[in-house]
Write a protein that binds this ligand. Structure first.
Ligand SMILES: *Cc1c(COP(=O)(O)O)cnc(C)c1O
Length: 398
């Protein structure tokens, strides 16, 4: 019974058909023209195609696009931002090595360093989130320095160029998580060797795909990494790569609008008496604004704030009633989001000066007035909660 036409024939594409968009190549099997080319397929690992998991024309096209945006030489896709970071760490570190990690890295990155790297016999030392130097912490076994600027939730910025110089003098590589600054930072120009980005955020831009990239500026780093990732059996689907590619086609206009809104919201929040601190390094007046200008060309839609209230029930009342800011992680899409973090347990070097709960807002692309209204009503719920509590509390105990 012959029910399917020869697949390889129809896969070569129809004559006279020229789609504007990138084709999605779904593949496990890739077929070869001869026994010889099949037997030597491993030679295709870095620049050709040998098996669907190791790359298709769709995933290659996205990797090339990532290199254009981040700079560097070669990029490699992984199934999530976290996977990009963990594969890069494991590819370049071995038992007995030492790694320096910024105190403000993404929570799961911190957990991975503490648990998995620790259990492999890789020494981990955290350093100050806003460090301008790591000189005193470099040891003869330090093989890597892990940066993240602006830091997750709290937006500290490390002095990237100075730290790269110190690390290189000690023969250590610098890996930086550039998820926040994707599209607005050229980190290789400041000395960074390996850039990891969660494409799940602004790159894809629609909250519907998880992916990460590792970009490097040297062919030898790429080859080590590609060999390691292949050995781990990690890869991405072309369907997902297509979604990220589609997101990238509007990246610039989306980012400009998110950044404009992020700045406006920062100013607006600074004037609210319920707010103790606002963090957005792209805004003039922010503690890290000068450093931001050295490394980033524009901001985004992320704004963190610490309320004067430290009362979880009151803060929850504010958040739970939001109609437009939805409660959730993984920012970068078109919907506004709110996420609550606890600053008291995410630091090991020094306590965060603001302590307490931190609220991270992601400004989406809804009509902006609706978002301000949502926040105004939220502050009213916060206040109502506080006055109800004051009414219930006897004066002597207050
Ligand atoms: C979201 C995020 C990640 C992880 O990305 P996933 O694709 O969700 O795994 C890593 N680093 C930073 C800074 C992030 O914000």
């Amino acid at each position: 019974m012959k029910t399917v036409k020869d697949k390889t024939e129809s896969n070569r594409g129809g004559k006279g058909f020229n789609a504007l968009n990138l084709p999605v190549h779904r593949a496990s099997t890739i077929v070869f023209d001869s026994t010889q080319s099949f037997l030597s397929r491993k030679s295709q690992l870095f620049d050709g195609f040998s098996y669907g998991l190791y790359g298709t024309p769709t995933t290659k096209a996205l990797e090339e696009q990532i290199v254009l945006i981040e700079g560097g030489k070669r990029a490699l896709l992984l199934p999530s931002g976290l996977a990009a970071l963990t594969h890069a760490l494991l590819a370049f570190l071995k038992s007995g090595d030492h790694v320096l990690v910024a105190d403000c890295v993404y929570g799961p990155t911190r957990a991975f360093c503490e648990s998995t790297l620790g259990s492999l016999g890789i020494g981990v030392t955290f350093f100050s989130a806003g460090a301008d130097s790591v000189k005193a912490l470099l040891t003869p076994t330090t093989r890597m320095v892990l940066l993240e600027s602006p830091g997750s939730f709290t937006s500290e910025i490390q002095e990237i160029a100075a730290i790269c110089e110190q690390a290189h003098r000690a023969k250590a590589l610098v890996l930086m998580d550039n998820t926040w600054g994707f599209g607005n930072a050229r980190l290789f120009e400041h000395g960074v060797d390996i850039v990891c980005t969660a494409l799940s955020k602004y790159a894809s831009g629609h909250s519907d795909v998880c992916m990460g990239s590792v970009t490097v500026n040297a062919e030898e780093l790429y080859r080590s990494l590609k060999t390691f990732v292949t050995g781990m059996g990690s890869g991405v689907s072309s369907d997902d790569a297509y979604l990220v590619m589609r997101g990238l086609s509007t990246l610039e206009v989306r980012m400009a609008e998110h950044a404009r809104r992020g700045l406006a919201l920062t100013q607006w929040l600074r004037e609210r008496h319920e707010v103790k601190a606002v963090m957005n390094p792209a805004a003039p007046g922010d503690r890290y604004f000068a450093r931001f200008g050295r490394y980033f060309s524009s901001g985004n839609g992320l704004v963190s704030l610490v309320l004067k209230s430290r009362d979880l029930a009151a803060i929850s009342a504010m958040i739970d009633g939001f109609r437009h800011f939805r409660i959730g992680a993984s920012w970068g899409g078109t919907t506004s989001l709110v996420a609550l973090g606890d600053l008291s347990n995410v630091r090991s070097v020094e306590p965060h000066p603001e302590g307490s709960y931190i609220m991270r807002l992601h400004v989406g692309l809804e009509p902006i007035e609706l978002l301000y209204e949502d926040l105004r009503e939220g502050f009213a719920r916060l206040k109502a909660f506080d006055s109800r509590r004051a009414a219930r509390t006897p004066k002597s105990a207050a």
